[in-house]
Structure formats: structure tokens, C-alpha cells
Design a binder for this molecule. Structure first.
Ligand code: FE2
Length: 288
């Protein structure tokens, strides 16, 4: 059984043209849960916190995964791709050799809430062509388990209470090298769920409603609201809803064990490759 080895509280920050965020993973320089680089949560009812959006900016060398809970965002890139994200939708963008895109709110009031995860690519895939997919909410399976427990499967496959389900990304017929598992779990107060997670895959949780108890009943630890919890190795993780229940993300993936050199939106293996990315971007050859 996996246990909580480290808690990373989220810290307020801003990105893009001034969007207010809370960053957990990625807020401590040089610390990652290989191959996960960063997790941001955006959550506000005040348009001043999100209206400026994320105007055109580049990415190279990794994947960005946006999961919307509330609000509307439009994505456009230099290749002419365009997609709208509505509540429950996911965009899985493989920036790879390069994408220049914008992510802009399509609302002037109301709630904007969701997550952006950065997932690293292996060295041999960092310069492959960019690719992305918009996944509408209705294509993301939700396992309804007993006692009002639910598990949404965004990526990977999982078996819970005798039911197996695969998400739209990293399905058995189209595996990703990092083999990611991305679950959104809902647990009422006091109800526990044991989730099998492949041994050797690095795993972390992020609580976005309530709080959770993590680990075997006799030595469970509390993972507070809006914190990421890094887990030890093992075959499964047991999570239990706190006094007000819990909603949390569970992320697991095969580690790459490669050097990570990051400069803003570029994540490569060497400094030379970063210099090349900067040079390619400045000269307009970035994503040709
Ligand atoms: Fe972006």
C-alpha cells in the first residue's frame, strides 16, 4: 500500500497575461514527480482573475493537459487548430517539437475553474510533430461505484470494485510511453476507495474539494485542501473522504529517468537543446 511521503501545498501565482493560479507541483524549483512537471489549478468567480487569459506563447518538449471544471476557454494554435473547452472537457496537447498557441476565456463573468498539468516526453519524442486532441466531457467514462463514490477516467485504465474502464487517452490500443493514469475521484465523508496503481509508476494526488485521508486505516495521513501529495511506491493507494468528503485528482505514470532542463515553456534534456529552442523561436523556425 502506498503512503504519503511528501505534501506540496499549492501557492498563489500568476501566469499568461495575469491569470491567477495555484501551483502545487512545479512550485518548488527542481522538484518533479517524474514525468510530471507541474500542476496548476485555476479557480475564480472574479473575471479580473482570468479575463486576460494566455495570449500566444510557445511550448516545446512535453505535453500540456487542460481539464475544465467550469467556464469556457478557446484554444488556437499557429497550425490553424482551434478548439473550445467547456465544463468537463479535456484538451491533451502534445507540444513535442513546438506549438505556439493561445488559451483565452470565452466569458466575461462567472466561474472559471480547472487544471493544467505538464507531462514530460521522453528524449526520443521531444522533437516529433505537435499533436493535440480535444476530448468532450461525454467521451470521458465515469465509474459510479457504491456509496456515491465516482471515478472519472481521463487517461489510462483502472479496475475498481470489479469494473474495468479505460480513458480516451493512453487506452490499451494506443499506449503512451509514459503510460499515464489520470483519475478524478469523488468520495463522500468517511468512504474509502482502494485504487490499484502500477508498481514503479510515480504517483501523486491533488485535493481540490474537502480533504482526504491517504494510506492504510491504522496509519492514514491527512492530505489537506489544495495540496499535492506525493506517494511512496506500491501496488495500490487507499484514499478516504475527510469530514466534508473529498474530490481529488490521482496521477500516476512511468518515470523517464532522463535529465530535465527547463526554461519557461521549453523542457528538454540539455542546455544546448534549450538554446536551440530559444533560437528557433526567435528566428521563426520554431514550429515550422
Ligand atoms: Fe500553453
Amino acid at each position: 500500500m502506498r503512503t504519503l511521503t511528501q505534501i506540496i501545498p499549492s501557492v498563489p501565482t500568476s501566469d499568461g497575461a495575469g491569470v491567477k493560479l495555484r501551483r502545487s507541483l512545479g512550485s518548488q524549483r527542481g522538484f518533479q514527480v517524474d514525468p510530471f512537471l507541474m500542476l496548476d489549478e485555476f479557480y475564480s468567480d472574479d473575471p479580473k482573475d482570468y479575463i486576460a487569459g494566455f495570449p500566444a506563447h510557445p511550448h516545446r518538449g512535453f505535453e500540456t493537459v487542460t481539464y475544465m471544471l467550469d467556464g469556457h476557454m478557446r484554444h488556437e494554435d499557429h497550425l490553424g487548430n482551434r478548439g473550445d473547452l467547456s465544463p468537463g472537457d479535456v484538451q491533451w496537447m502534445t507540444a513535442a517539437r513546438g506549438i505556439i498557441h493561445s488559451e483565452m476565456p470565452q466569458q466575461s463573468e462567472g466561474r472559471m475553474r480547472g487544471f493544467q498539468l505538464w507531462l514530460n516526453l521522453p528524449s526520443k519524442e521531444k522533437m516529433k510533430p505537435a499533436h493535440y486532441r480535444d476530448i468532450p466531457a461525454q467521451q470521458i467514462p465515469v465509474l459510479q461505484l457504491s456509496s456515491a463514490v465516482s471515478a472519472k477516467v481521463i487517461a489510462g485504465s483502472v479496475r475498481l470494485d470489479g469494473q474495468s474502464v479505460s480513458g480516451p487517452v493512453n487506452a490499451p490500443d494506443a499506449p503512451l510511453t509514459t503510460d499515464p493514469l489520470y483519475l478524478d475521484l469523488k468520495l463522500p465523508a468517511g468512504v474509502a476507495l482502494e485504487v490499484p496503481v502500477t508498481r514503479g509508476h510515480n504517483t501523486f494526488l491533488y485535493v481540490y474539494e474537502g480533504e482526504a485521508r491517504v494510506g492504510a486505516p491504522h496509519d492514514a495521513q491527512t492530505l489537506p485542501y489544495r495540496a499535492a501529495g506525493v506517494l511512496s511506491d506500491g501496488d495500490s493507494v487507499r484514499v478516504q473522504g475527510g469530514e466534508r468528503g473529498a474530490q481529488l485528482l490521482l496521477l500516476a505514470a512511468r518515470p523517464l529517468r532522463e535529465p530535465v532542463v527547463q526554461y519557461g515553456p521549453f523542457v528538454m534534456n540539455t542546455r544546448q537543446e534549450i538554446e536551440q529552442a530559444v533560437e528557433d523561436y526567435r528566428s521563426g523556425r520554431f514550429a515550422a
